[in-house]
Write a protein that binds this ligand. Structure first.
Ligand SMILES: NC(=O)c1ccc[n+]([C@@H]2O[C@H](COP(=O)([O-])OP(=O)(O)OC[C@H]3O[C@@H](n4cnc5c(N)ncnc54)[C@H](OP(=O)(O)O)[C@@H]3O)[C@@H](O)[C@H]2O)c1
Length: 241
């Protein structure tokens, strides 16, 4: 198993879910831009579940060497990599912020995922589980750089699923609404619309086992976004969203 964005609490809850169900892997590869923290996570799960881990330092905001990745053997890739960055009010004209958002949420992550797609295609099996966002379903004035990167990522996952289906490979798109994680620690989100990492892990695990194509972590978000997508543009542009 490969985990991209190992320090995400959703990744950790997913690892917990999988290992606590008795599943074991020759190695779990933790890709992380924060090696020290990833080592701590690996130690915790090694002690608790006697599962072997390997840390792969990987920062999506930098140029990457993909050669070592070509040697990895895996049947499951779980991708929780993401970067919210600054909102439009504070970050729109900050080039470094814009580039980082696009790199982590879209341009560099898809290059990395393509390597795993190629690996799965050669094996004729495998599963990719990737987290995108409701933010990708309509461009909003508050965070449309992040939203547009997630929109691109969602479309990438749709196309990849379609392409890999014919090769025996499954792609599961996970769409979180608000999540109770450090990413949104500075935002006050309505409790009813906010899910815990543990709830996300449980929903994702079930969706993986039942081979779903797309899953909303909190189902009501499917309907909220249906409404938001259908607000006419001449009204939407006047709204403060
Ligand atoms: N929180 C929300 O409300 C929410 C809502 C909708 C969608 N999502 C999406 O859900 C996923 C998980 O989010 P989360 O809430 O768990 O956020 P998070 O705590 O910020 O986790 C995202 C992970 O992405 C990895 N990452 C960030 N910058 C990176 C970089 N430069 N290079 C490589 N990896 C990098 C980090 O893992 P490492 O430190 O291990 O590298 C980080 O832990 C993301 O894709 C996010 O966009 C979150």
């Amino acid at each position: 198993m490969v985990i991209l964005g190992a320090n995400s609490e959703i990744s950790q809850a997913f690892i917990e879910r999988v290992l606590s169900r008795g599943e074991r892997f020759p190695v779990v590869y933790l890709f992380s831009s924060n090696e020290e923290n990833a080592k701590r996570i690996a130690r915790h799960f090694t002690v608790k579940y006697q599962q072997q881990f390997e840390i792969i330092p990987f920062d999506l905001s930098l140029e990457n060497d993909f050669e070592p990745i070509k040697q990895l053997d895996t049947e499951l890739v779980f991708c929780a990599s993401g970067f919210l960055g600054k909102d439009a009010a504070t970050g729109l004209y900050d080039d470094a912020n814009t580039q980082r958002i696009i790199a982590v949420n879209y341009s560099r992550i898809i290059v990395l995922l393509n390597h795993f797609a190629q690996h799965f295609e050669a094996k004729g099996k495998g599963t990719l589980i990737a987290l995108t966002s409701v933010a990708g379903e309509r461009g909003r004035q508050s965070n449309f750089i992040y939203g547009s990167a997630k929109a691109g990522f969602t479309a990438y996952l749709q196309g990849l699923r379609n392409y890999l289906f014919h090769k025996g490979v499954h792609v599961l798109t996970v769409i979180p609404g608000f999540m109770d994680t450090p990413m949104t620690a500075n935002l006050s989100t309505p409790k009813m619309l906010t899910a815990s990492p543990q709830k996300a892990a449980s929903i994702i695990y079930k969706a993986w086992k039942s081979k779903k194509n797309v899953v909303y972590v909190t189902p009501i978000w499917r309907y909220i976004m249906l409404i938001i997508r259908n607000i006419p543009e001449f009204i939407f542009k006047k709204m403060k969203m």
